[in-house]
Design a protein around this ligand. Structure first.
Ligand code: OSB
Ligand code: MG
Length: 368
């Protein structure tokens, strides 16, 4: 396939409700979309899931915009390749910037599957025809609002509820949730807000029968996570700590946690996601697919990767309507009773609505 034309779109989409984590609140999603066309005009799509500010990860929308336009797109424009894995050798000299690399990788994978006439899930080696999903709920000022949110999502059938925590909004919040919902599959996500000095607080969470605690400590702290995991019964799940195959390998070797949240973008795309999937499968480390408040484009890629066998735990890929009044794909992603059907049409299996993208467009660049 020839990567004949590449378009990058900077868009701003407002979510229905603000989303609050230990690192901040976001409602306007300023992110990038990438479209790669072959010589016959067939399009593959990818999403660069950055935010306006580098709070979750060091990349942010303006940095990835520069990374893509100045460095990454010129490397691959007009190149003839056989398989998406070949992008790795082009990207290798440039350090990290995984969210930007992932957008191109994902678009090339979509294009590749479309040209083969198979679904992206099949191209990746996925075998599940449907995936189980949970939902991630932000921190609320008022605990009754959080309880109402949980009740609503439990009623909608989501397979597990994840709530965000931070120091001062942890043990008491989880206790209130457990008192009201004694049996729901429940987990918490700290987004790196704690240190080993907080070990007593983190131990207290053991009493609530949580499925896991996601990323309690700083991203680089694989050793401290291993120390913590020895002291608490609840399984640690790593999110921000895993940027590469080697991060996953080291985390497994050090016993820094028992579960991995895989985000396609954080590890630099689908080729790397598959490698990490296979590593975790061999090591008996269960996985699930995390979310970055994606539009339908990124959501479609998440569904495809989750069709692989070792994604044994429900992920964060909720319905489009949980985030958007109107998504940019057709049909929208729908979780029915916590189950999303994996599309069988070629590529991501959803149509991309250019007219809808135009409504949110801030800036675009075209290369051909
Ligand atoms: O830590 O998983 C996270 C959203 C933005 C940045 C980081 C995270 C999240 C979520 C939301 O938890 C997942 C989603 O619904 O897309
Ligand atoms: Mg997380």
């Amino acid at each position: 396939m020839k990567l004949s034309e590449i378009n990058v779109y900077k868009v701003n989409m407002r979510m229905k409700t603000p989303f609050t984590t230990s690192f901040g609140t976001e409602q306007d999603r300023l992110f990038l979309l990438v479209e790669i066309k072959d010589e016959n005009g067939v399009s593959g799509w990818g999403e660069c899931v950055t935010s306006e500010m580098p709070l979750y990860i060091e990349e942010f929308t303006e940095s990835s915009w520069i990374m893509l336009n100045k460095f990454l797109i010129p490397l691959i424009l007009k190149k003839e390749i056989e398989h998406p894995d070949e992008l790795q050798k082009f990207f290798a000299p440039f350090k990290r910037n995984n969210l930007a690399k992932s957008a191109l990788d994902a678009a090339v994978w979509d294009l590749y599957a479309k040209l083969k006439g198979i679904s992206l899930a099949e191209a990746l080696g996925g075998t599940k025809s449907s995936i189980d999903v949970g939902i991630s709920l932000g921190i609320e000022e008022n605990i009754d609002d959080l309880l109402d949110n949980i009740q609503q999502k439990v009623d909608e059938g989501y397979k597990r509820i994840k709530v965000k925590i931070k120091p001062g909004k942890d043990v008491a919040v989880v206790k209130t949730i457990r008192d009201r919902f004694p049996d729901i599959p429940l987990m918490v996500d700290a987004n790196s807000a704690y240190t080993l000095d907080d070990i007593e607080t983190l131990k207290e969470l053991d009493q609530f029968n949580l499925m896991m605690i996601e990323q309690p400590l700083t991203a680089g702290d694989l050793i401290d996570h291993a120390k913590l995991q020895k002291e608490i019964k609840t399984s640690i799940c790593l999110d921000e700590s895993i940027h590469s195959y080697d991060d996953a390998r080291k985390a497994i070797e050090l016993c820094s946690g028992r579960i991995i949240n895989l985000k396609i973008a954080r590890v630099g795309g689908l080729t790397q996601s598959k490698r990490i999937h296979d590593l975790c499968e061999k090591a008996n480390i269960p996985m699930w697919c995390g979310g970055m408040l994606e539009s339908g484009v990124g959501r479609a890629h998440n569904i495809a990767i989750t069709s692989l066998t070792n994604f044994t735990l429900p992920g964060d890929t909720a319905s489009s309507s949980r985030y958007w009044d109107k998504d940019i794909i057709e049909p929208e992603v729908i979780a029915e009773n916590g189950v999303v059907q994996v599309p069988t049409a070629p590529g991501i299996g959803y149509g991309v609505n250019i007219e809808e993208i135009k409504k949110h467009l801030i800036e675009e660049k075209r290369y051909n």
